[in-house]
Each structure stands twice: as C-alpha cells, then as structure tokens.
Design a protein around this ligand. Structure first.
Ligand code: ADP
Ligand code: MG
Length: 482
C-alpha cells in the first residue's frame, strides 16, 4: 500500500489529492506515478475503475509550469463524456497548483472553443476529431507540449480513430513524454506504441488483481422471453439504490428503458445514437439519483465513472469476457460493495464458463424471484420508509387522525392499508421487447453441456414457470436468494 504522501509530490498537489478524498494510491497509480515523474514513456494497462486518470493526471500536473501560458499537456480520449470527465478530474487534481484545463470535443461550438483556447489553457483534453480540427485550423498550438496522453486507447481504436491519433502524434514535438492507457492491448495499439513511444515501460495490473472481491457475481439461467419479468422482479426484491442494466444492442436499450418506465421504474437509456446533450443530461440525472435505472450498451458506458452503482444487471451476457469485466467494474467501486447479475439463456452457458475462466471466479447461480417475493420486497421498502419516519419522529400533527383511524378498526389492518397505499404493487403492464437470438452455441460447451445439466438438475427446475410463486419450494444449498 502506497500513501500519496510517500510519493514525493509537491505540497499543493498533495493538498488537492487530499481534498479529493484519496489517501492510498491504487496499484496502477503507485507504479505509474514515480516512473512518470522521472519522464519515462509508459504503457499502462488496467481495467476501468482502477484510477488511471489520476495515474497520469498527478505526474502531469506536477510537470506543468503555472507561469507558462502555453499548452504543455494534451490528453486524447475517445468520447466527449470521457473528455469532460477527465478534464473535471484534472481540474480537481490541479486545483491548488492552479493548472488551467480545457476540454475540447465535437458537438460543441467551435468558435467558443477557439475563444477559450486563446485564454492560455495549459492542458487540453479532447476527442481525436476535434483536436485534429483545431490543429488544422491552427487554433491549437502544440509546440510547447511536453506530455501527451492517450486514454482508453483500445476504445479509440474500436471507434476508428487510429488515423486521427497518428496524425495528432505526428504534430506534437518528438521531444516529449508519451503515456498510453488502455484496458487491452490489441496489435494496432502496440504498433502505435512502438512507432511513437521511446522505450516505453509497460505497467500491467492484472485482471485477477482487479476483479474486485467486493463484487458478488451471480447468474440467472433464463429464457429470452422471461428475461424482462425476471428483471423487474429482481429490481423489486433487491431495490437497488442505483442500477445499470446492460443490453446488447441500441434497440434493446431503448425497448428496455421504455418497458421499465411502463412498469413504474424511473429508467433512462444511453447509447451511441443519442445526441451529446441527451447523453450528458441522462448521466447527470443518474448521478444525481433522479434516475434509478440506467440502461446502456457497452460502448456508451465504457470508461464512464459512475459511482454509487449498487447493482449491475447483464440483461444479455456479453460475447467477450473483457466486456464482462468492464461492465461489472461499474459497481463496487472505491471500496463499496456491489452485485452483478448476469442473465444467461441455456444455450449461452458456454459464454458464462469463458467469463469465469477469465475472472477466475465462479458466479453463483441465483433463482429468479417469484411474484410473491417481488411483492414482499416492495413491501419491505415501504416498511423501511416507515421505520425511517418513525426514527425521525415529529409525528405529533398526525396523532389525532391516527387515533380516529384506530377507533373501531383492527390496528393490523390499518397498518396493512397504509402499506398498500405506499407500496408499488406487482405491475403486469404488457411491454414489448424484441427477442434477440442467443449468442451462437460454443462448440466446447456442447460437449460438456449434458454432464453439466445432470450435475445441476435444480437449474432446470428453476426454468419451469410453475416454480414462480411457489413459496414452499426450498432452495437447494447452492442457490442464493436474490
Ligand atoms: P479508470 O480511468 O481506470 O477507469 P478513474 O480514473 O475514472 O478510473 O477512477 C475511478 C474512480 O476512482 C474515480 O471516481 C476516481 O476519483 C476514484 N479514484 C481514483 N484514484 C483513487 C484513489 N487513489 N483513492 C480513491 N479513489 C480514487
Ligand atoms: Mg479512464
């Protein structure tokens, strides 16, 4: 464990870091910061949520000369949201050092950006296209840049920015420090590193170290057509504070968000087709707790720092284990506990096993809750509310009418009526969710599937609709109640 105070940072930086509530450096920070302060080029590979922004942000701020009004550091990020997020974090890290940070991204008025660029920012955070645009207009002068950072490099590759990045890299003085951060290292990214970096030091924080032990991981075996009912019931039983539901496609995200709203949840969807303004407003509402359930595609949620998420529901199991790790990384952050629940259709069990091999952790099977359990879960939410109000006290003004209610009524029924008034009852409003085909069956799984289903016959039992609502069915030992 490395404390920030052990990292030989200047007092103003330590002050800002302390204000941010950071005490101990995360593993990637502890390894990156000293090397970066020495001026070395670094390739940092670590999963989302491991604190990569501060890993490059702290040494960058340390290197900024506050008296020099020219751009000294440039950070390239794949999306507007990430650029904004990184610039906000850098602003905080550089607050006491008085570093001036500016975010530039597509979709924002370019004249306004040009004006802001004239005010002497020292650090630019931007998306590839817009940075290149400014370079071509000569509104972004990079001759004094001593540090260049590529954040989420693999994501930029996925989004087709590789040529833009090469163009930007070629316009920044060669005599510079280059840092590259990425969750994965596909070949084209490796090649960029070889071409544009000088003897880079690779720092890799292994996935194993990172599948946060605080995340409880479950899977629910469920047929496609049952998924939505199972999702609503899980939400009712678990009453998550903040939940993210991941869907495989944009259509799925839209349909799920609509369907959830129809059933009385406050949900919003986020995916690449939404306007920038819409995406930012959805995220803000989610962070402020005005939206309970965020429905997202992988790309839309990738890299975003959304803290306080208690539950991640994978409505569709992701095709590759990397995405799984990214998705569940949305929860259990900064030492908080989280729960991840993955829906798997019977044919997709092979994908589940692949994920488990990558994370080196088994997911526990979870039985879908029954309608009764969902209903009871919601009543418990009301009960907790009542207990809170009882604790707050201040009920004098209600006592007269309360007495009147109790006259001639069974007190038990009076309470039951009050609960009924407060509780979200099971909602069967019909919804439409287009069925998606399960992922193609994995060959290696076909061979073992028979053995598997014999071993765990209870899983088959769970699928029959008669097991819904059967309160007397005793769960087998291995099963967990939601
Ligand atoms: P990444 O870029 O690896 O996905 P971020 O840089 O977005 O991760 O950090 C994730 C969250 O963790 C942010 O809210 C950030 O403020 C917080 N964080 C980063 N470093 C620390 C630390 N050393 N201690 C506590 N929280 C941290
Ligand atoms: Mg990041």
């Amino acid at each position: 464990m490395t404390k920030f105070s052990e990292l030989e940072l200047s007092p103003s930086l330590l002050k800002s870091v302390k204000r941010m509530g950071f005490e101990e450096a995360t593993p990637i920070q502890a390894k990156t910061i000293p090397l970066s302060l020495q001026g070395k080029d670094i390739i940092g590979q670590a999963q989302t949520g491991t604190g990569k922004t501060a890993a490059f942000g702290i040494p960058l701020i340390e290197k900024i000369d506050p008296k020099n009004p020219h751009i000294q550091g440039i950070i390239i990020a794949p999306t507007r949201e990430l650029a904004i997020q990184v610039s906000e974090e850098l602003y905080k890290i550089g607050y006491d050092a008085r570093a001036r940070v500016l975010a530039v991204y597509g979709g924002q008025d370019i004249q306004r950006q040009i004006k802001a660029l004239k005010k002497g920012p020292q650090i630019i955070v931007g998306t590839p296209g817009r940075i290149l645009d400014h370079i071509n207009r000569r509104t972004l002068k990079l001759d004094q840049v001593h540090t260049l950072i590529l954040d989420e490099a693999d994501e930029m590759l996925n989004m087709g920015f590789i040529d833009d990045i090469e163009a930007i890299l070629s316009s920044v003085p060669e005599d510079r420090q280059t840092l590259l951060f990425s969750a994965t290292m596909p070949d084209p990214i490796r090649r960029i590193a070889e071409r544009f970096m000088k003897n880079p030091e690779t720092i890799k924080v292994k996935t194993k170290e990172m599948t946060v032990p605080l995340i409880e991981q479950y899977f629910v075996k469920v047929y496609e057509r049952e998924k939505f009912d199972v999702l609503s019931r899980l939400i009712d039983v678990q009453s998550p504070e903040l939940a993210i539901v991941f869907g495989r496609t944009k259509r799925r995200v839209d349909e799920l968000a609509n369907a959830l709203n129809l059933r009385g949840y406050i949900a919003e969807g986020i995916h690449g087709d939404l306007s920038q303004a819409k995406r930012i407003s959805v995220l803000r509402k989610f962070k402020e707790g005005k939206v309970d359930v965020l429905v997202a595609t992988d790309v839309a949620a990738r890299g975003l720092d959304i803290s306080g998420v208690t539950h991640v529901y994978n409505y569709d199991i992701p095709q590759d284990p990397e995405s799984y790790v990214h998705r569940i990384g949305r929860t259990g952050r900064a030492g908080k506990e989280g729960m991840a629940i993955t829906f798997v259709s019977p044919r997709e069990m092979g994908y589940l096993r692949t994920v488990e091999q990558t994370t080196k952790k088994r997911m526990m099977p979870m039985r879908p809750p029954s309608i009764d359990e969902a209903f009871e879960g919601q009543q418990r939410v009301s009960m907790e509310r009542i207990n809170e109000i009882l604790n707050e006290g201040n009920l004098d003004q209600y006592v007269t009418v309360a007495k009147e209610l109790l006259e001639g009524n069974d007190p038990l029924l009076v309470i039951a009526a009050a609960l009924k008034l407060m509780t979200k009852e099971p909602d069967n409003t019909p919804v439409h969710i287009t069925e998606e085909r399960p992922l193609p069956m994995k060959k290696d799984f076909q061979r073992s599937s028979k053995k598997d289903s014999q071993k765990s016959s209870y899983r088959r039992g769970k699928q029959s609709s008669s097991s819904y609502g059967n309160k007397n069915r005793k769960p087998k030992r291995a099963e967990r109640r939601p």
